[in-house]
Design a protein around this ligand. Structure first.
Ligand code: G
Ligand code: G
Ligand code: MN
Ligand code: NA
Length: 255
């Protein structure tokens, strides 16, 4: 279909169809930016803006997700290069990776090649996986994650609390962060979900995982999350996902 054709155009080298925006993630006391989440955007002359969930799903269906995923990783590496050109070596960039991408044998070797080609250390790259990875071959997933960790790539489980994962499964996989789904953060205000969020944070800490709250939109939510010991914050309260140049400006503002 039309979206598939546009994805192919982008993969064929046409610029501007697929781009990335970056949303800052702050330490718990909201002093410093520790990382950026890279989010893919698609825009074409013919079709206008296409939502990521739509073009990612199409790419997965049409066997284009591996190539598209590689393009997205390459763009994320270019942003890391921009950071490094400004002397910023401590802030990392987290890329959303589809379960199908992670299940590909060549996923690891591709990342290694990319870091050589772009001359950036992989310690500045992170990976976000959704809980759908738990529906895959867990043994193979564990092997892939071990290899990522050996390369210095930290791994986050996205949208935590909405899907397949249990804390016991998390304990057995080499995962560094849980991203608390924004539906839980949203409920923090009406005090109903405090116990649940509090339990997730303490259990996560108990098994040595760090917690990133997603979708923080109000100061009340921020304050509550700080009280509960949440490690990192992300959301519209701080910034929407923005293009690279603006993301770099945010770093200066946070200094
Ligand atoms: O940025 P936005 O909220 O519109 O993203 C919508 C969804 O698309 C989110 O669930 C996000 O994880 C997913 N998404 C955005 N960029 C990427 C990407 O580069 N790869 C994959 N697999 N998913 C992405
Ligand atoms: O599934 P994933 O967590 O990757 O999706 C990230 C999406 O969440 C992005 O599309 C981003 O635009 C969106 N997002 C980020 N911060 C907020 C927020 O504070 N509120 C809401 N409603 N959406 C957010
Ligand atoms: Mn994400
Ligand atoms: Na998420």
């Amino acid at each position: 279909d039309a979206i598939e054709q546009e994805i192919k155009q982008a993969l064929g080298g046409e610029e501007g169809i697929i781009s990335l925006v970056f949303q800052p993630i702050y330490d718990g006391d909201v002093g410093q930016i520790v990382s950026f989440e890279a989010l893919a955007r698609m825009k074409s002359k013919k079709l206008g803006v296409i939502h990521p969930l739509e073009f990612i799903a199409i790419a997965e269906k049409r066997q284009l997700i591996i190539a598209l995923g590689q393009k997205i990783l390459s763009l994320a590496c270019d942003f890391i290069t921009q950071l490094r050109m400004r002397g910023i070596y401590e802030v990392s960039v987290a890329v959303n990776v589809s379960a199908l991408q992670l299940m590909e044998d060549s996923f690891i070797s591709h990342i290694v090649n990319l870091s050589k080609e772009k001359q950036i250390p992989l310690t500045q790259l992170e990976v976000e996986l959704t809980e759908s990875v738990f529906a895959q071959d867990l043994q193979f997933i564990a092997t892939q994650l071990e290899e990522l960790r050996a390369l210095g790539i930290l791994v986050a489980i996205d949208d935590f609390g909405t899907g397949y994962s249990s804390l016991s499964r998390l304990e057995t996989l080499p995962i560094d962060y849980l991203k608390l789904d924004r539906s839980f953060v949203e409920k923090l205000q009406n005090s109903g979900e405090h116990g649940f969020v509090s339990d997730i944070i303490s259990l996560a800490h108990h098994i040595d995982k760090l917690v990133i709250a997603e979708g923080v939109e109000t100061e009340e939510q921020e304050e509550e999350l700080q009280k509960l010991g949440c490690d990192y914050m992300q959301g519209y309260l701080y910034s929407r996902p923005v293009p690279a140049e603006q993301a770099l400006d945010l770093l200066l503002a946070a200094e």
